[in-house]
Each structure stands twice: as C-alpha cells, then as structure tokens.
Design a protein around this ligand. Sequence first.
Ligand code: UD1
Length: 431
Amino acid sequence: MDKFLIQGGKALNGKVEISGAKNSALPCLAAALLTAETVTLHNVPYVKDLITQRRLLEDLGATVLTPELRTHKITAKNIETFQAPYELVKTMRASVLALGPLLARFGQARVSLPGGCAIGTRPIDLHLKAFEKLGATVELESGDVVARAPNGRLVGTDIEFEKVTVTGTENVMMAASLADGKTVIKNAACEPEIEDLAELMNRMGARIKGAGTDTLEIEGVEALGAAEHTIIPDRIETGTFIVAAAITGGEIEIARCNPDHLRAVIEKLGEAGVDIEELNPSTLSVKRSAGGLKAKDVITEPHPLFPTDMQAQYMALMTQAEGDSVIKETIFENRFMHASELIRMGANIAISGNEATVHGKTQLAGARILASDLRASASLVLAALCADGETMIDRVYHIDRGYESIVRKLRSLGANIERITESTASSADAG
Ligand code: UD1
C-alpha cells in the first residue's frame, strides 16, 4: 500500500489547475448507459474512482475509448449483462449509479449492495423506494439488489425524497428520463453535479427542468442519443487547495475552478481569516489574512450550504485558528475519523456525538498516521503540510480515489511530499 512522506512547514506558493469533478464525472459516465449512441465526455479527472467506473461500463459491454487522457467516448450499444459485479461495487459506492440507467433502458438491473468510504452506514433505500414508485419491483437476492420494470418500462410519477440524497436524485433522474410520462422529484438534491448531469442528459435528448433547485420535472422520452459534454471543475478539490494556501501561510492562484459552486465554503473561510480574491470567473487568489486565522463554527448541510466533503479539511484548518470552533456534521454519522489522527499530531479536539470542538491553536507535529476515507486523507495531508517535522500517511489509496495528481500538484506549489510505493515502503518500514 502506498504512503505519503511529508516534511511540513513550507508555505505553498504558485499556481494550480483544478481537475474535473469526480462526483459529476461518475454519474455522467453512468448516463452513457441510457443510449446506444456515443457519449463524449471531456475533463474527466484521471482518478481511481473513474477508472473503476470505466471498468464497470466495460464489464457491462460498453466500449470506452480515450482519445485523450481526460476524454472518454462511451458507446453502450452492445450491453451484454445488467449486473454490476461485487468486486467493483465494493470498492466504489457510486457503482449504484448503474441501476437507474439500466432499469430505464433495459427494464432490469442487478447491482451488489455498495461499499465505498467507511463513513457510516450508507444505505440506498431511498433510491430503491423511488424505483418502486416508478413501477419497478425491487428484491434482494444473495446480497444483490435486483430491480425489474414489469413490461420493460418505468412509469412517470411524483416522488418526494424523505432526505436529500445526491446519488439518489441522480439515479432517479436517469431512471425517469426514459419512463412513460412525467416524473416530479421533490426534495431533490441541488448540488452543481446534479445540474451538470441534467445538462448532459438534456443534450442527449432528455427533458429535465429545475436542475439546481429542489424540484425536478422530467418528461420521459422514447430514447436518448449522442451528446458531447465537458465536466465541471471539482469544487471540493478547489476548497482543499484554498485550505492548503491558508494552512501553510502561502499564496496560491487556483485556476480552472468555478467559485459559484462553492460560495458557502468561500464565505466561511473568509470569516475564518482567509483572503480569497476572484481574479476572474474561473481563477481565485488565496492567502491567509494579515489578522491570522480565526475559529469559526460550521455545520455541514446539503448544497448550497457547507458541504460535508469539506468538513475534514476545515477541521485541519481550525487546529491552526485562535480559539474554539464547533464543527457539526449532519450528513453522515461516523465522519470524524480524521480527528483521532489529528489528535495524534497534537491537535486538541473533543468529539461529542456529531459535534467536534477544536481548541486552537496548537502546533502540530509530524507522526505516522492512517488515512481512513477520501476527504479524511485530504485533511491529514493538509495537517502534515503545516506540521513540524515528518509525517508518514498510510493507506493513501483513499486519496487516489478522488484527487488527481495530488503529489504532483502539491510539489509544484513547493510542498515537500513524496509517494512511497509498496516496495520502497517496505524498506523504509524496515529501516
Ligand atoms: C454524495 C457524494 C459524496 C458526498 C455526499 C453528500 C457522489 C459520488 N458522492 O454521496 O461525496 O459526501 O453526496 O454530499 O456524488 N441516505 C439514506 N438512504 C439513501 C441514500 C442516502 O439514508 O438511500 C442518507 C446517507 O446515509 C446520508 C445522506 O442520506 O446520511 C446523504 O447521502 P447522499 O446524498 O445519498 O450521499 P451520496 O450520494 O452517497
């Protein structure tokens, strides 16, 4: 298993370019299953989860060509099976996004119950209930979810999600796009990734209105066709580099981002003493303000409020702010696993239920630590960048799932970070 070795204490300076959004590319790849024609996607990030999603499509029988590293041309003409295998689903929860398109187009789908990040129990009951409302039968057979549309087609209906769910909204939007009649989804997720998927699908011929609001109207169509689409920039990667500038006391220009997609993060970090200037609509210039970092409370909530995927990075930053900050996690249970590792580095954090209180500021010191999930890994990298001495982070395969070229990007900003691969790691361990 790869590790990162980081010598902390260097201010990061320079320019970084943001990659395409993982959480948008994943459903957009799945949407290609809705048509026999070719869907071309640009700006697909080169990260592990997208390699897994591509393999899933290929396993189902789709052809995926990559004329350029970040361009995928997907043709799901000869689909041979309607089953997403356990080996893939267990490594990536987003594989459940195959369910909606397969069910809509072929009237059947079989997907193992998902794995993914270890951030609490993450059921897909809301997806399944919505499929049932669209007329599908859903059964559990040997750990697999098996969904079937009687007569081969789903039927449009009104759906109200009990809880906002991002992939649930995406899955149901895809399922409803080929249903007979109209579907209205209430309490839909409003994340920019939903809008991006709807934009792609409308280019494919779908009739979706309201994406980006909490009510979606989908007029089912007979068939979808070819389309070309560019994936939006990754707002969480953008937020992570904003924190990297602030936590190390450097100045970073963040290019090819979309600040409109992370207004709540920009606002909160501004209150916490981070100067964020918009040089143009896709470029930010970020540095710590002269007054230093201040402790500010935060609550994670669905978009457009503060995203849970920035909670861990924010906690790392708060260890460097003067005063106490309370971080409340309302989306996922058990999403504070990074806290115990930050404490091992010298942070003063108390956890009570879904609230973490960070008492700052504490000087962090390098340590041997473990990454537990994707965003926790980012938090630990940020902490290590401002710590005294050397930090070794184990299990960085989590970060490879969602951050493109993280080592290269950080090194180009002056960070002292290196990847220790399996063979070198064992000799380093022995030493
Ligand atoms: C997506 C993102 C993830 C992000 C999360 C919340 C992708 C690939 N992943 O995950 O990075 O952290 O949104 O912004 O886009 N829930 C249920 N039943 C369901 C579905 C969800 O109870 O059927 C619960 C979850 O356990 C969680 C909450 O609803 O407590 C929100 O989950 P959801 O929005 O579905 O997250 P994901 O789509 O899995």
